[in-house]
Ligand binder design. Structure first.
Ligand code: IMP
Ligand code: MG
Length: 182
């Protein structure tokens, strides 16, 4: 029995399944950019685990940068507002940029971020998200690489948190409702 096991209703993607999918996405990205340099922008903190695994499957000259945004405040629903806690450290003007996110839910965070980066005159901006909850979308956003489409469940693990915990859970699992509902 491990620390988080009793709070997880169901594992939807095991460590092993995630590993294979991440490798596939990395190979696809490698092919699509055809030797060009790529600035990978990890969205902190949720994408840390994913981005660390993904870049090792991208066979291109990669520059890794990060932004920190927050839209969720210790709950399972977002406030609707996005706050920038940390901006990029490198210039992206004239560069190929790949935004890497843990999950596209309502689409607010990714729309905000791609609009924020668009004005910096990148050569290209694409989005890669490990998970996608299409049924929750309120803001249309183009997702170029998707790991898995999922149902409307609150999931944790492999970087995704609930109240900052579970990021170190190696699988992706549905959090038991009793963990966040009275
Ligand atoms: P959006 O702006 O509604 O698309 O929210 C995206 C952000 O909400 C993600 O980067 C996550 O941090 C968080 N989020 C959305 N759904 C989940 C979930 O099921 N588990 C954990 N975090 C989530
Ligand atoms: Mg996030």
């Amino acid at each position: 029995m491990q620390t988080y096991d009793s709070s997880i209703k169901e594992i939807i993607y095991s460590e092993e399944v995630i590993r294979k999918r991440v490798e596939e996405i990395g190979k696809q990205i490698t092919k699509d950019y055809n030797g060009e340099e790529l600035v990978v922008v990890g969205v902190l903190r949720g994408s840390i685990v994913f981005v660390a695994d993904l870049i090792r499957h991208i066979d291109l000259p990669v520059v890794l940068d990060t932004v920190a945004l927050s839209s969720y405040y210790n709950g399972t629903d977002s406030s609707g507002k996005v706050k920038i806690n940390k901006d990029l450290e490198s210039s992206i003007t004239g560069k190929n940029v790949l935004i890497v996110e843990d999950i596209a839910d309502r689409g607010v965070t990714l729309t905000f971020l791609s609009e924020m980066l668009q004005v910096r005159k990148a050569k290209s901006i694409k989005i890669c998200t490990l998970l996608n909850k299409p049924s929750r979308r309120t803001t249309e956003v183009q997702l170029d690489y998707i790991g898995f489409d999922i149902e409307d469940n609150f999931v944790v693990g492999y970087g995704l948190d609930f109240a900052q915990k579970y990021r170190n859970y190696p699988h992706i699992g549905i959090l038991k409702e009793e963990m966040y509902k009275e």
